[in-house]
Design a protein around this ligand. Structure first.
Ligand SMILES: [Zn+2]
Length: 372
């Protein structure tokens, strides 16, 4: 027979839920809300909110700050804000021509950023990951010298990932690489939880964090390869096995250029970074053809172009638009919105760092227990 959880267990889980709710309200609600404003927004009593806020302040997740300028009568209340000295996420990226690491604090500010430009293709995975581990260790050291506590690391890779294993990253020449184990072998990272995910997925999450709201969009990441992350009503859609978004291998010209994947005429061969440098109008047309397939199939209203597409966005926009207007059945009814990524080249590692901070945001009780 099933029994209800015992009272202390239930109370602990209610408290954990309410801590997350208060933290979320301060992060996403009005500017520097007072305790009373948090109570009003959450529906919790003022006494409950006050006790939770005390715990979050004592635990180093919230700080009390001057309130925003007064608009009404009465005594100005103390405002609340996320701390910039508490937990931090370490975002890492390995791509064909660079390695990167950044540290992001709970307010979403990038506090440290290291980028090393070097072609990773001739190197074996062990060497690339050892070099990245060195950058990551430097970033963590700098963050901790600033009083931040790095709670985890997440790595963005241009490939297919399952259960922490990079199954295949065609443009790096990687197959079945245990990137998590390699990073945790770096002594300065050995105690950190480390995760790995596809770079376009993480960039889409980075873009979602930067723009907020509950949007639906396709994020297209232009690197040497091309990946995409599909965000549906604020949630990343990964596909059944986590392999969705391989738009780089959508066929745009069936008898076209051979691709590294073994097929012909893939989008990547016309609109990947190297092709883009040679012929922007051809890249725009190829992107427009591939994106029209996505829009016709999924009714995605917004397409965000990131990575190498950001600096040439103005030049791409018209050419992509021509193809979308020509090929999307509903283009005359509702034009597809095309925009350039907010975060530019840093989107994937920012998104990676955000997945670490999301763990803290969703379960602040765990962070408070750790600090105790
Ligand atoms: Zn291909």
């Amino acid at each position: 027979m099933l029994t209800a959880p015992t009272t202390p267990v239930r109370q602990a889980s209610v408290r954990a839920h309410n801590l997350a709710l208060v933290l979320h309200t301060v992060a996403n609600g009005a500017d520097r809300p007072s305790r009373a404003a948090v109570a009003a927004a959450t529906g919790l009593t003022r006494a409950t909110v006050s006790a939770l806020v005390d715990d979050l302040v004592a635990g180093g997740l919230l700080v009390e700050v001057a309130p925003p300028p007064r608009t009404g009568a009465g005594r100005p209340a103390v405002g609340l804000a996320l701390t910039s000295t508490g937990p931090a996420g370490l975002g890492l990226e390995i791509n064909v021509d660079y390695l990167a690491a950044c540290v992001v604090d709970l307010t979403g500010t990038v506090r440290h950023r290291y980028v090393e430009h070097a072609d990773q293709r001739p190197a074996d995975p062990e060497r690339s990951l050892a070099a990245l581990g060195g950058l990551a260790a430097r970033a963590r050291g700098a963050a901790e010298a600033d009083g931040l506590t790095v709670t985890g690391a997440a790595l963005a890779v241009p490939g297919l990932v399952t259960d922490g294993l990079v199954r295949v990253a065609p443009n790096l020449g990687w197959q079945d690489v245990d990137a998590v184990a390699a990073l945790r072998a770096v002594p300065e990272l050995a105690d950190l939880p480390v995760t790995v995910d596809n770079e376009a997925n993480l960039a889409a999450l980075g873009e979602l964090g930067a723009t907020g709201g509950n949007p639906t969009f396709l994020y297209v990441s232009g690197e040497v390869g091309i990946g995409a992350g599909l965000v549906l009503s604020g949630e990343l859609y990964r596909g059944v096995r986590g392999w969705s978004g391989e738009i780089g291998h959508v066929t745009v010209y069936p008898d076209g250029r051979p691709c590294r994947c073994g097929a012909r005429g893939c989008l990547e061969q016309y609109a990947g970074q190297e092709a883009l440098e040679h012929d922007v109008p051809l890249a725009a047309a190829a992107l427009g053809i591939a994106l029209s397939v996505v829009v016709n199939l999924l009714d995605v209203p917004v397409i965000v172009l990131g990575g190498a597409y950001v600096p040439v966005f103005a030049a791409l926009r018209e050419g992509i638009g021509v193809e979308l207007r020509r090929r999307v059945l509903t283009a005359g009814l509702a034009p597809v919105e095309l925009r350039s990524a907010e975060l530019g080249a840093d989107a994937a590692m920012r998104g990676a760092a955000d997945t670490v901070l999301r763990v803290v945001r969703e379960d602040p009780a765990a962070w408070l227990r750790r600090g105790a």
